[in-house]
Ligand binder design. Structure first.
Ligand SMILES: Cc1cc2nc3c(=O)[nH]c(=O)nc-3n(C[C@H](O)[C@H](O)[C@H](O)COP(=O)(O)OP(=O)(O)OC[C@H]3O[C@@H](n4cnc5c(N)ncnc54)[C@H](O)[C@@H]3O)c2cc1C
Length: 384
């Protein structure tokens, strides 16, 4: 792996940092409350390609690689994690559509998404199937030339604001994973409804929703790829999401470090800056070490994915390490701020709440440990 970034990657990274400083920092606190979806920011991201970095140019994206994309995410997450998370709505459905949709579906869905005109979501998780995604209960039955879908999805990011939801359905329970399919359900289809799941403490402006399908009728041609490939295709998109959470962890940790270095230089106790005390320096050193380790893990996973190399283990390592790392670093950042750190209005308090919400999406830490174990041992803890 080459540690040097290309000129283009450096330019894109710089542009993302400038965007975060200009568009995120002034409003991050304002969006740290429920009820306001950041449409305005979403619209500003589109012309810069921040929503469609990896989508092929043919469909309106920039056609850049995974590594460039995560460099951008790291910088955006440095500015605000909850505002960066709105890019997920382009990334996750965008990845699934790019990898698996037919030409007609790509032409229909990708260009308006890249322009920031349409928002999509991917709905896999259900009340009784989270980590065990293959065990979903949402049913799709082919009647004539339409799918009829019944079931409930939970935790669907952008479920309410989405114009279209890619839903994982079971077409024949007796076939297990071979019965699973992905169907693009336009919000105009009869029988789909969505409601916000209130009370997400760290991402109040993001739209985390429950999506219901009640005799929802969808044209047959909205099936993405073919029945039997649904879980694999959803997980393909989720692989990118896992790498992106690695970049989120790095961006948030770098922000903690930047804030804490300044605070430790300015705040004085015992007639000295607190940063001159060895125990405070140890906290700063631990944060710096972990941030760099997370950065290397994430870039290594992104590099392998971009080159088409096997990267299941590396992706799981990046997701696991960085999602926990940002928790550890945000807590250390609060400690360095003494009693002030845990109060609203102190950025480090918000960073800690935002970080909390990225332990589960893209798979829990425990599931990633099992994935890494399976890759190393060639034994599957989850086989039934
Ligand atoms: C902010 C947010 C956004 C999300 N966005 C989306 C989205 O857009 N689309 C979507 O489909 N889903 C989304 N999710 C759902 C997410 O993918 C699930 O929360 C996640 O897969 C875990 O499922 P669960 O919450 O049902 O937990 P469970 O699967 O019930 O797990 C509970 C606990 O049991 C542990 N556990 C489960 N099975 C095992 C095992 N075999 N061995 C050891 N431990 C185990 C888990 O690690 C965890 O600690 C989102 C979640 C959040 C919080």
């Amino acid at each position: 792996m080459n540690f040097e970034l290309t000129k283009d990657q450096e330019m894109f990274q710089k542009m993302a940092r400038e965007f975060a400083e200009r568009e995120f920092l002034p409003v991050a606190q304002e969006y740290d409350q429920p009820g306001k979806y950041p449409y305005e920011i979403y619209k500003k991201m589109a012309p810069l390609g921040l929503l469609a970095t990896m989508i092929p140019e043919k469909y309106g994206g920039l056609g850049l690689g995974v590594l460039t994309w995560i460099l951008m995410l790291e910088e955006l997450a440095w500015g605000s994690l909850s505002l960066t998370a709105i890019t997920q709505n382009a990334m996750l459905p965008g990845s699934v559509l790019t990898d698996a949709a037919n030409e007609e579906q790509k032409q229909k869905y990708l260009p308006p998404m890249c322009r920031g005109e349409k928002i999509y979501a991917v709905a896999v998780a259900e009340p009784n199937a989270g980590s065990d995604g293959g065990n979903i209960e949402t049913k799709a039955v082919l009647r004539g030339d339409s799918w009829v879908i019944n079931g409930n999805k939970v935790f669907t990011t952008n479920g309410v604001v989405a114009d279209m939801v890619i839903v994982l359905v079971q077409t024949d329970k007796s076939k297990g994973n071979k019965g699973l399919g992905l169907i693009a359900v336009d919000k105009s289809c009869p029988g789909i409804s969505a409601a916000p799941i209130e009370g997400c403490i760290g991402l109040p402006c993001d739209d985390i929703a429950q999506v219901r399908f009640s005799d929802c009728v969808v044209p047959e041609e909205n099936l993405i790829s073919e029945v039997g490939k649904g879980l694999k295709l959803a997980l393909g998109g989720i692989t990118n999401m896992r790498i992106s959470i690695g970049a989120y962890g790095v961006g948030v940790s770098q922000r903690c470090l930047d804030i804490c270095v300044k605070y430790a230089q300015d705040r004085r106790q015992f007639n000295k800056p607190i940063g001159s005390f060895q125990l405070v320096q140890a906290l700063i050193a631990e944060m710096a070490l972990e941030t760099e380790a997370g950065r290397l893990l994430t870039r290594s996973a992104a590099y392998k994915k971009e080159k088409g190399m096997k990267c299941i283990k590396e992706v799981s390592m990046a997701k696991w390490y960085c999602s926990e790392m940002m928790m550890r670093n945000t807590v250390k950042a609060i400690r360095i701020h003494g009693g002030y750190g845990g109060f609203e209005g102190y950025t480090v308090e918000r960073l800690n709440r935002e970080a909390l919400n990225f332990l589960a999406p893209g798979g829990t830490v425990e599931m990633h440990k099992l994935t890494i174990g399976r890759q190393i041992l060639e034994l599957d803890a989850m086989s039934r």
